[in-house]
Ligand binder design. Structure first.
Ligand code: OXK
Ligand code: ADP
Ligand code: MG
Length: 567
């Protein structure tokens, strides 16, 4: 019999669930085990979605991709020590890519961990997480759950987004407190990602520079895509007539087929431009650090970024615009109003080169070859996907990545998720789950066979949740190429796999659809059928083992020995 005066209690489990829900988080990605299984069960019982993975790294990637696509932090839940460590790879990648996510890991008892007395899965998780995240916090008391979640949300979203680690010792989940006080301890941060307006003199400096440019160029990065101010960016391009080039994940911010898209004349426009307007893009390795022959000598940069110290990170920035993309682009538009459009000579020269590149590429995409290669297989994929522009494309690999980025056009913002700033392999299946669950859209992943291997077991996750996903394995039986041999040895070369693997049978084993495609026509049909069916499908696209080049288009980064073999 309950006592009439008994105070109604709540506990850490329930407060955590309520705090996340209150902050608009309805999905969690993770792997259960001690001490978080109870949390995941209660979360599901409450009607929220828990996407249960086979490995934490991929759950973390899914959360971070969901964060990128929705501008809300994606949440990943893991067990202690090894689970937390696996999740930290995704945190590091999210922070590097400026994507908001929160990794919540259960942890062992502090007294034992701090004296290193050997607890179950003992690890000083909080300190280990610090260098891989934007911030790392621990919630030590049940009454701090509300403020802990609010701080995590604001930290992940504000300024330059990134990953937050939240450490929750096991006992906090079960700690109780009066339910009414618990409810009062929860809150939603007000305006967690406030607009940050650029200073008027900074805007004037940028406007003057752009007005004086002969060959201006806009360079769009994934920060511009993340900002979700697509109409503003389109208006800036179209009002000024300035040609643009997208970084890989900014493809589709304006369609790749837009008359001002200079992507197919990249090696011409970068050196030929005199003023380059960087919008949410960093001058890192992907842009040759703003120097060298990619850029053909000195030029002036306008840079829009929310992170003030991104400016001058590689070369001096003539006109830094520190602020959020939407506010900065809007201020630029106002300042540039009435400016004559970019010259016909500049734009015309680009249009000609774009047309010439496309004409040169076309026969390779349609070529008939004894075995498929990257160009004709991707030509078939491109022709199908242009009829399904609202499909999200996930892409990783070396040749599979570079050729797909070049060949497959994007038409809509935030419809391409790839290896990002690190060029990371293994993002694939996590990105598929994150994209499909965060948007409800069909997802097509174009995967190198090596890249796929990093997260391949997650096709069981994809099949289990019956996600509308098509995974295409560009199977050339190896890393870069599948035909390498070691002279005088039977040991497999470090780049090759078992020849002729039937990855499609893996998907069949999990109850999904698996198809083996050996010609562009078979590949196109399988892809189209799969998109229409919205059933989890894996297409094993058989590519010639000698197709592909070492490291795709970034061969220059390879280090090779210049001295003779030592015996
Ligand atoms: C582009 N191009 C086109 C088209 N679009 N030609 C015809 N038609 C169309 N539609 C041309 C473009 O002008 C370039 O040619 C070329 O195709 C390639 O374009 P792009 O934009 O991809 O540029 P580039 O030079 O390859 O690279 C830029 C980049 C990008 C560095 C930003 O490559 C990138 O994001 N790379 C990431 C690579 C990565 O992370 N790899 C990880 C693998 S791991 P030209 O003639 O104008 O130059 C690995 O390999 O080893 O460990 C390893
Ligand atoms: P890419 O790889 O496409 O060139 P990067 O990831 O290098 O793009 O750069 C993205 C940049 O965008 C980062 O420097 C980040 O600080 C910035 N950024 C992210 N979101 C915003 C925003 N809302 N407003 C302004 N800058 C942003
Ligand atoms: Mg391969």
């Amino acid at each position: 019999m309950s006592d009439q005066n008994e105070v109604e209690l709540t506990d850490g489990f329930h407060l955590l669930i309520d705090a996340l829900k209150m902050n608009g988080i309805g999905d969690m990605y993770g792997v259960v085990g001690i001490p978080v299984t109870g949390l995941a069960r209660l979360w599901q019982a409450d009607g929220q979605r828990f996407f249960s993975f086979r490995h934490e790294q991929h759950a973390g990637f899914a959360a971070s991709v969901a964060g990128y696509l929705t501008k809300k932090p994606g949440v990943c839940l893991t067990v202690s020590a090894p689970g937390c460590l696996n999740g930290l790879t995704a945190c590091a990648n999210a922070t590097t890519n400026c994507w908001p996510m929160i990794l919540i890991s259960g942890s062992s008892e502090r007294e034992i961990v701090d004296l290193q007395q050997g607890d179950y899965e003992e690890m000083d998780q909080l300190n280990i997480a610090r260098p891989f995240t934007k911030a790392a916090f621990r919630i030590n008391r049940v009454q701090d759950i509300g403020v802990g979640i609010a701080r995590a949300v604001r930290t992940a979203l504000s300024g330059r987004p990134g990953a937050v680690y939240l450490d929750i010792p096991a006992r906090v989940f079960a700690q109780t407190m009066p339910a009414d006080e618990g409810a009062k301890s929860l809150f939603v941060p007000v305006d967690p990602a406030p607009a940050q307006l650029p200073a008027p003199d900074a805007v004037k400096r940028a406007v003057d520079l752009i007005k004086g440019a002969k060959n201006p160029l806009i360079l769009l990065g994934k920060g511009a895509a993340y900002a979700q101010c697509d109409a503003e960016i389109k208006a800036l391009v179209e009002e000024t007539g300035i040609p643009f080039t997208p970084m890989s994940m900014a493809k589709g911010l304006l369609p790749d087929t837009h008359p001002l898209c200079a992507a197919a004349a990249r090696s011409y426009v970068l050196p030929a431009a005199d003023v380059v307007i960087l919008i949410g893009a960093r001058l890192n390795w992907l842009l040759s650090h703003g120097k060298g022959k990619t850029w053909g000598g000195e030029k002036k940069f306008v840079q829009i970024d929310i992170q003030a110290n991104e400016m001058d990170s590689n070369v001096p920035i003539a006109a830094p615009l520190v602020g959020d993309v939407a506010s900065c682009v809007s201020a630029l538009r106002a300042g540039l109003k009435g400016m004559p459009k970019a010259s016909a000579e500049w734009v015309g020269g680009i249009t000609e080169r774009v047309a010439a590149s496309k004409t040169k590429l076309a026969p390779k995409l349609a070529a008939v070859t004894p075995q498929m290669n990257y160009q004709n297989s991707l030509g078939a994929i491109r022709d199908v996907l242009k009829n399904y522009p609202d499909t999200i494309l996930v892409n990783e690999g070396a040749n599979a990545l570079d050729n797909c980025r070049m060949i497959v056009d994007q038409y809509l913002p935030r419809h391409r998720v790839d290896t990002g700033t690190w060029g990371i392999m293994g993002i694939g299946m996590g990105a598929v789950v994150g994209s499909a669950t965060a948007t409800g859209k069909s997802v097509v992943a174009v995967e190198g066979d090596s890249a796929f291997g990093f997260s391949g077991m997650e096709i069981e996750t994809i099949a289990r949740y019956n996600l509308p996903a098509t995974i295409i394995i560009m199977n050339n039986s190896g890393i870069y190429k599948g035909d390498e041999k070691i002279e005088g040895s039977n040991q497999p070369a470090c780049t090759v796999f078992v020849p002729n693997i039937r990855y499609d049978l893996m998907m069949q084993a999990f109850g999904g659809v698996g198809i083996n495609a050996t010609t562009p026509a078979e590949l196109a049909k399988a892809l189209e059928d799969s998109i229409k069916s919205r059933k989890p499908t894996l297409i094993n696209a058989v590519i010639a083992p000698d197709a592909g080049v070492e490291s795709g288009r970034i061969q220059g980064l390879n280090i090779v020995s210049k001295v003779g073999k030592k015996s």
